[in-house]
Ligand binder design. Structure first.
Ligand code: PXL
Length: 447
């Protein structure tokens, strides 16, 4: 059954952080999100222009309305802003056996205060004791613990202080430490266990919304029934991906992209199915077997933003021929062909829209047909520099680049072989269906 999560937080008109980020994150992670809005911020990627506090009684009515009819399996507290709102939240959530994630929002990434100075004491005394998990960054952990934090040991010490103040578990996030890798430090209050979750640093200064996305993701995973440690590890991976896919839309901070995971899953599915449909058509084309070289054919299709062969789908084991019948040897998978991936990735670095490629047999007649139908270019493998030849897997990339340098709009790139190397034609298209159409054209002339 669909689980419900409730976010008690502020609205961000720029929709990168706050309630808007929480709803996107809950939705992306398969949880139904409800909200109780504590404050309206007027803001964009550059600054918070103003904050309007929602009366505590209205915050109370929102929480009551949701709880009465849409019982949440987990609750997230974001920006709570004032003592009055903290009082209401503490009263309503006290004694509730629901996982509560407290994201201690003190200030916006662009600087503005999001918790009033006179609310700090009640935040600590009334909300920390409710927390299943508190998710401070470096600065927030320093403020709450009253100590300076410079390394992982300090993070553990600060987390223990927050546990002594009543939090059950604490994760001090590593994003704001000046380190090459980012390490989140999770301290489990019950066992005292310390868990480090480490990622390579993504090279951006700051990403608007990442803190909200993280705490909302943990909340979603807790709502779905994962334990705190698992929820933190999964949320960490999710947000790492969301930060990698930031969108630069305004003049200020880049915005974290909490939906990237669903777009990516959808795109991967599209790439696999489009390629399979095209391969099915291809192997049924009359006479196609005559275009399959001794080393077999492969057909590859890359994700739109692919940079590695793992993001290019191809046929595991290639398309071989059994007599006159083309045979798809195994499944279509990402990472199945380093060779074809190398060709298409190099091609895409010049023309990003051309994401599909197939290799076919070379004889003079096929080559002449290709030249009559398509823009072509070629490279000479005997001219391959020694250092490229010695580097495993770099020949195709070098060849494709060399051929494109001669004719940057070539749809067909070929080489005539070298000692011990079978000649090869690579034929490119925007997608697999377009490549199949080109193959059909070749076959019309190659009787
Ligand atoms: O990123 C913290 C945050 C949380 N909640 C709201 C915000 C911000 C940052 O700007 O505006 C409403």
């Amino acid at each position: 059954m669909t689980k419900i999560a409730l976010s008690i937080a502020g609205s961000d008109s720029g929709a990168g952080a706050g309630i808007q980020a929480d709803l996107k994150t809950f939705s992306a992670l398969g949880v139904y999100g409800c909200t109780a809005i504590t404050a309206l911020t007027a803001q964009n990627t550059e600054k918070v222009a103003d904050v309007y506090e929602i009366p505590a009684s209205i915050v109370e009515e929102q929480i009551r309305s949701v709880m009465a009819d849409l019982p949440p399996a987990a609750i997230k507290l974001g920006m709570v802003y004032s003592r009055e709102i903290i009082g209401v939240v503490a009263r309503l959530l006290n004694q509730k056996r629901i996982a509560i994630v407290v994201d201690p929002i003190l200030a916006a990434g662009t600087g503005a205060k999001l918790l009033k100075d006179n609310a700090m004491d009640s935040f600590v005394s009334r909300l920390l004791p409710l927390a299943t998990l508190v998710t401070p960054n470096k600065k927030e952990a320093e403020k709450l613990s009253g100590m300076e934090i410079n390394d992982k040991n300090d993070s553990v010490e600060a987390a223990i202080k927050l546990i002594q103040l009543g939090a059950k578990n604490v994760i001090v996030k590593g994003g704001h430490f000046d380190k090459k890798v980012v390490t989140d430090v999770l301290v489990l209050g019950h066992s005292g266990r310390v868990i480090e979750i480490t990622n390579p640093r993504i090279k951006i200064k700051e990403s608007h919304g990442s803190g909200c996305n993280f705490s909302a993701a943990v909340t979603a995973f807790l709502a779905r029934g994962f334990a705190v440690e698992e929820a933190c590890v999964m949320a960490n991976e999710y947000v790492h991906d969301a930060i990698k896919n930031v969108v630069m839309l305004g003049r200020g901070l880049p915005i974290t992209n909490p939906l990237s995971i669903i777009y990516k899953d959808a795109m991967r599915h599209r790439v696999l199915t489009d390629l399979q449909v095209a391969v099915d058509t291809l192997v049924s084309l009359k006479g196609f077997y005559r275009l399959i070289p001794e080393t077999h054919t492969n057909f590859a299709f890359a994700l739109a933003d692919a940079t590695s062969y793992l993001e290019v789908a191809a046929v595991r084991g290639r398309i071989a021929r059994a007599g006159n019948i083309p045979v798809q040897v195994s499944r279509i998978e990402f990472g199945a062909s380093r060779h074809m991936a190398s060709a298409v990735l190099t091609y895409m670095s010049v023309m990003p829209a051309m994401r599909a490629v197939i290799n076919i047999r070379v004889d003079q007649e096929i080559l002449d047909i290709c030249k009559s139908l398509f823009r072509t270019s070629s490279y000479d493998r005997s001219k391959e520099p020694k250092e490229i030849r010695e580097k495993e897997g770099s020949t195709i990339s070098w060849g494709t680049k060399t051929a494109l340098a001669k004719n940057s709009s070539a749809e067909v790139i070929y080489h005539k072989g070298a000692i011990g190397k079978e000649p090869m034609i690579t034929l490119f298209g925007r997608n697999p269906a377009e490549v199949v159409l080109k193959i059909e054209k070749i076959l019309e002339s190659y009787l």
